[in-house]
Design a protein around this ligand. Structure first.
Ligand SMILES: [Zn+2]
Ligand SMILES: [Zn+2]
Length: 178
């Protein structure tokens, strides 16, 4: 039996902060939504540990003996910080294959808008999810839970829009994780 609940598909660490556009699970498994803090705000300061040398997007960066990338979002209204993505913790390669090394929290850099240097953004996210029951069936329920399956998504994208000047950064993060 296929799991059709969108809630079961959402990565566990995003269930409080990612508001899906639709309550129904799309047939292709892609969940699209936006960051929405429980306090009601949709404006976030964005911090990264990543290769930020291309202006328009971020990518994994060599770190220690592997590669790292992480993105955190701090609510501009209430100040709560949310870890949105960490290459060493989230996505199929991290969950199943142990890919990725831990990012350095102290070296995370705040993103500023290339247009106006503002630092608050609205954030749209798309995640390609897998059916958790298929996942657990394939890999074995003694090793993986359905919550692991929800974290083992296969693709994530993030689009930013500057709150001040409305400049958009589509595909700012576009990472296949399987
Ligand atoms: Zn908040
Ligand atoms: Zn701006």
């Amino acid at each position: 039996m296929k799991s059709m609940s969108i809630k079961d598909r959402l990565p566990v660490h995003l269930r409080q902060i990612l508001l899906p556009n639709s309550a129904a699970l799309p047939d292709d498994g892609w969940i699209c939504g936006k960051l929405h803090c429980p306090c009601g705000s949709e404006n976030f300061r964005v911090k990264t540990f990543a290769d930020t040398s291309p202006e328009k997007f971020i990518r994994v960066t060599p770190h220690q003996n592997g590669f790292a990338l992480s993105v955190a979002a701090e609510c501009a209204a209430c100040g709560k910080e949310w870890l949105i993505f960490d290459y060493a913790m989230h996505g199929y390669e991290a969950v199943v294959c142990g890919m990725g090394v831990q990012s350095c929290q102290e070296q995370m850099e705040r993103r500023s808008c290339p247009g106006c240097a503002g630092d608050a953004f609205t954030v749209r996210i798309s995640i390609e999810t897998e059916d958790p029951e298929d996942f657990v069936h394939e890999l074995g329920s003694e090793s993986f839970s359905t919550e692991d399956a929800a974290e083992a998504f296969s693709w994530i994208t993030m689009d930013l829009t500057c709150t001040d000047c409305r400049r958009e950064s589509p595909g700012w993060l576009d990472l296949e994780t399987s």
